[in-house]
Structures are given as structure tokens and as C-alpha cells.
Design a protein around this ligand. Structure first.
Ligand code: NAD
Length: 476
């Protein structure tokens, strides 16, 4: 016999978006139910951000050992104990998991129900035999890997981000279909751990980012031995009895067959809506996700959707931000709207690639020739020289009267170095603010101030300024 539960807010999906809503709502006094069909923590903790960054961190150790020579330090070529590397990844997940656990959420006063939620009406959800009615629902069921319709793919065993971190052995040749953030981050992790890597990207790798900055990432990956192909057309895949994979590419100059030991499919994400019975609740959705307005309400105004399932920006930090918008709308009845003007994103390759706001091309499209592009290479920064981190640059785009339209950084710690630029855009700071604070020397962060300062260089060192200084010197 199932329970009949009445709640103020019922959250479906315990990934980063859903957990943020549930924790916030419960601590603010709302009677909160959280429904999860699979693992607490969702993709980010189990199959995404956490394991991928843990794996990249392990892989970076090999690169650090190999790159110690110029410092006068000789380190013997590292040997990779792959099962131990994967133990490290699992241990990191296990260390973070309690924060997202059923026990922690129940401790916060949330009723956690493990099972698949399915709407039975516009206001009621079934989970097994339980029935939940809530004043507001929040759908945060995330996304899953989209599998492209490549002939043969359905008949072979391939990896996705959900199975990659269970690999028992290091792939000898990992072929990756898709050159987005997942494809390239994993390409670098595995090439550094010792796999041969081929990335097959149908269009342009990291297409959402500024091509001048992505070029630096691609060059670094290729220098490390990654075979990254853009404009690649995979026409079919096959697997022989021994497990060996064959990927056929079709190009203008004929066919090419690549043999690989493993295949990772990283060609984008699809919204996870299966089984939710959205039609019954009057919720419209398409292949790209659940339709929402700026307040993140679905076409059923009492039901919100956040995170990957809402089809917008697919980042954990976007879901966390959206959770705050939903709490303001659902609990406080405030008409808060989501705005992504200051939403950053980072690809955690080495060098990292981070950006916020508009790229140069986007800014030019919207503002024409009124924009200015300010750049500074890492090689101009003393701390980058001492630490031999000269690869990369910052690029800042400004509009009228020094308004900051966007910033992109490719280089070591770009994900950290982008923070002040995110704050600048969200706080409406002008480029003058970024040029005039006192930056500690010697730090990599000086790169931002240096780029901002270059906004004033043409005026400061102009013949007019020189004439003014000479004129003022006449007065003693
Ligand atoms: P993506 O959509 O960013 O990239 C997929 C790539 O696959 C595209 O470049 C596309 O052109 C290519 N592609 C599609 N079909 C193909 C085919 N048949 N053959 C060859 N190439 C094909 O997807 P992703 O890399 O899987 O990432 C999924 C989501 O997760 C994205 O929204 C991404 O931003 C997010 N993510 C973010 C981070 C991060 O912020 N560091 C890391 C991983 C994933």
C-alpha cells in the first residue's frame, strides 16, 4: 500500500540542480520531497565533472613529470598503473558522495523517495505505489548521451561518459566520436595516461568557443600526440570477433578505416524525459528539452524545469544558478528570471579554456565595429615565465565606453583566472575597474589587469599626452 504525500515542493532528480533546490527549499522551511530513480548526485558526481576532473588530475601528473626537464629536474618516465588511477577516481567520488547522499538530505528534513517519478495528473506524481501532490514540482532529471545514427553503432560495444569511468584497463587506441568538451577533455586524459587517441569531430572542435583560443588547445593536444580530426565523416563502425573496432571515415579522397581498441561516443546530450509522462501534466518538450520561460516555468505554470533537461546551458553551475531562480519563484513568489549574460564555461584541458560573455565574433555581430579587442599573452607575465606556463593568452572584448562584453582565457588555471571577469560582467564593472586595482606581483592573474590596461595605451602614450606632459613641466 503506497503513501499519499503532500508537499510544498517536489523535486524530481537528485543531480546538482535538484539537490540545490531540495536543500535550499527544505532549509527555508518548505515541506520538500526529492525523487531519484538512480544515483544521488546525478551525472556531475558519478559520470561527469567529478570523475573527469579526477582523471584529468591524475593524467596531469604524467605531464608534469615529463615536463620537468627545463627546470633542471630529471624525473624518470612515469609508469601508469591504470587500475590504481581508477581507484583514485572512485575514491574522489566516494569522498564527495556523502554531501549528496540520502542520509544528508533526510538530515536536512527532505523526504527522499528512490524510484522513477511519473506524472499521473497536472498536480500529482506517482513513484511506485506512492502518490505525491505538491504545490510546486521541479523537474531536474538531467540528460544522457545522444547516440548518433551511425550504421553499425547499435551492434557494437561502445563507451559513453556513463561507462568510461568503469574501464578496467587502459585502452590501447581510444577513438572518440565528438570533439566537444567531453571528447577533448577525455582525449587529453587518455593520451597522457598512455593511450593512442583519435578524435573524430564532424564539424569544428569546441565550436562554442573563440577559434583563436581553441586553436591553442588543439595545438597542445596534437603536440601531446592526439590525432584530432575536424570535418570527419564517420560512415560506419564495426567490431570483429576479437573485440577490435573498425571505424570507417568517408572523405572527398575516398574511404579510410581506423582500427581501435575502444570507442567513446561524446556527441552531445539529450534531455532525460522518458517515463515522466509529461503529456499528462501538460508539459511541452522537444528533442532539445522541456520548454521553459525565463522564470523556468514549464507550460504547466506550477511545474519548473532546470538543468540539462531544460535544454539550456548544460553545466552544473548553470543548474545551481537556476535552482536559486526556482526557489525565489516557487517559495517567495518573486518573478525572478534567469539571465545567462554572465554565465562562464570552462573546458578543463591543459591549457584550460575559459570564457564568459560574448566572443569576439558574437560581439562583432551584435555591436559591429564599435568593439575593441584587448589581448595579452601569458608570455608577457613574469609569473608565467618563472613557472614556464607561457602557453596561451587572454582576450577581452569591450563595447562603448569601456563596457565589458566578454572575456576568454586559454592557459593554465584559466578557469580560476576567469572569475574576476565573471564578476565584472555580472556586476556591470567597466574596463577601468579591471585596469586600476592593485594586482599582487608576481601572479598569473596580472594577465587580466595587463589586458585591461592596454585599453588605455593608445590614449596614454599618444603625442597629445606627451605634449600635455611637456607643457605642464613648464610650470616648475
Ligand atoms: P557537445 O554538444 O558539446 O559536443 C559534441 C560534438 O560532437 C559537437 O562538436 C558535434 O559537432 C560532434 N558530433 C555530433 N555528431 C557527430 C558525429 N556523428 N560524428 C562526429 N562528431 C559529431 O557535447 P559533449 O562534448 O558530449 O558535452 C555534452 C554537454 O556537457 C555539453 O553541453 C558540454 O558543454 C557539457 N560539458 C561541459 C564540460 C565543461 O564545462 N568542462 C565538460 C563536459 C561536458
Amino acid at each position: 500500500m503506497g503513501r499519499k504525500i503532500k508537499a510544498d515542493i517536489c523535486v524530481i532528480g537528485a543531480g546538482s540542480g535538484g539537490l540545490s533546490v531540495a536543500a535550499g527549499a527544505s532549509q527555508m522551511g518548505a515541506k520538500t520531497v526529492l525523487v531519484e530513480a538512480a544515483k544521488m548526485g546525478g551525472d556531475c558526481l558519478n559520470y561527469g565533472c567529478v570523475p573527469s576532473k579526477a582523471l584529468l588530475a591524475a593524467a596531469k601528473k604524467t605531464a608534469e613529470a615529463q615536463n620537468a626537464g627545463p627546470f633542471g629536474i630529471r624525473i624518470a618516465p612515469p609508469t601508469v598503473d591504470f587500475p590504481k588511477v581508477m581507484d583514485h577516481v572512485a575514491a574522489v567520488i566516494a569522498a564527495i558522495a556523502p554531501h549528496d547522499s540520502v542520509e544528508r538530505f533526510e538530515g536536512l528534513g527532505v523526504t527522499v523517495i528512490e524510484g522513477q517519478g511519473s506524472f499521473v495528473s497536472e498536480r500529482e506524481l506517482a513513484v511506485g505505489a506512492d502518490r505525491i501532490t505538491a504545490r510546486r514540482f521541479v523537474i531536474a532529471t538531467g540528460s544522457h548521451a545522444v547516440i548518433p545514427p551511425i550504421p553499425g553503432l547499435a551492434d557494437i560495444s561502445y563507451l559513453t561518459n556513463e561507462t568510461l569511468f568503469d574501464l578496467p584497463e587502459l585502452p590501447s587506441h581510444l577513438i572518440i566520436i565528438g570533439g566537444g568538451p567531453i571528447g577533448l577533455e577525455m582525449a587529453q586524459a587518455f593520451v597522457r595516461l598512455g593511450s593512442r587517441i583519435t578524435v573524430l569531430e564532424a564539424a569544428t572542435a569546441l565550436a562554442r568557443d573563440d577559434p583563436e583560443l581553441t586553436a591553442v588547445v588543439l595545438a597542445a593536444l596534437r603536440r601531446e600526440g592526439g590525432d584530432i580530426r575536424e570535418g570527419a565523416r564517420v560512415s560506419s563502425v564495426q567490431q570483429d570477433a576479437g573485440g577490435e573496432l573498425r571505424v570507417t571515415l568517408e572523405g572527398t579522397d575516398g574511404k579510410e578505416v581506423l582500427a581501435g581498441s575502444h570507442l567513446l561516443v561524446a556527441t552531445g546530450r539529450g534531455a532525460t524525459v522518458a517515463g515522466l509522462n509529461l503529456e499528462v501534466a501538460g508539459i511541452e518538450y522537444s528533442r532539445s528539452g522541456i520548454k521553459t520561460d525565463a522564470r523556468l516555468r514549464t507550460t504547466n505554470k506550477k511545474i519548473f524545469a532546470i538543468g540539462d533537461v531544460a535544454g539550456g546551458p548544460q553545466f552544473t553551475h548553470a543548474a545551481g544558478y537556476q535552482a536559486g531562480i526556482v526557489i525565489r519563484n516557487a517559495l517567495f513568489r518573486l518573478p525572478a528570471k534567469a539571465s545567462y549574460e554572465a554565465l562562464p564555461h570552462v573546458t578543463y584541458t591543459d591549457p584550460e579554456l575559459a570564457s564568459v560573455g560574448l566572443t569576439e565574433d558574437q560581439a562583432r555581430e551584435r555591436h559591429g565595429d564599435k568593439i575593441r579587442v584587448l589581448t595579452c599573452p601569458f608570455s608577457d607575465i613574469d609569473r608565467a615565465r618563472t613557472d614556464r606556463l607561457e602557453t596561451g593568452l587572454i582576450k577581452v572584448v569591450t563595447g562603448r565606453r569601456g563596457r565589458i562584453l566578454g572575456a576568454g582565457i586559454v592557459g593554465t588555471h584559466a578557469g580560476e583566472l576567469i572569475h574576476p571577469w565573471v564578476l565584472a560582467i555580472s556586476g556591470g564593472l567597466k574596463i577601468s575597474a579591471m585596469a586600476s586595482y592593485i594586482a599582487p606581483y608576481p601572479t598569473l592573474g596580472e594577465i587580466g589587469k595587463r589586458a585591461a590596461g592596454s585599453y588605455y595605451t593608445p590614449g596614454l602614450f599618444s603625442p597629445r599626452t606627451r605634449a600635455l606632459v611637456r607643457f605642464l613641466s613648464l610650470f616648475g
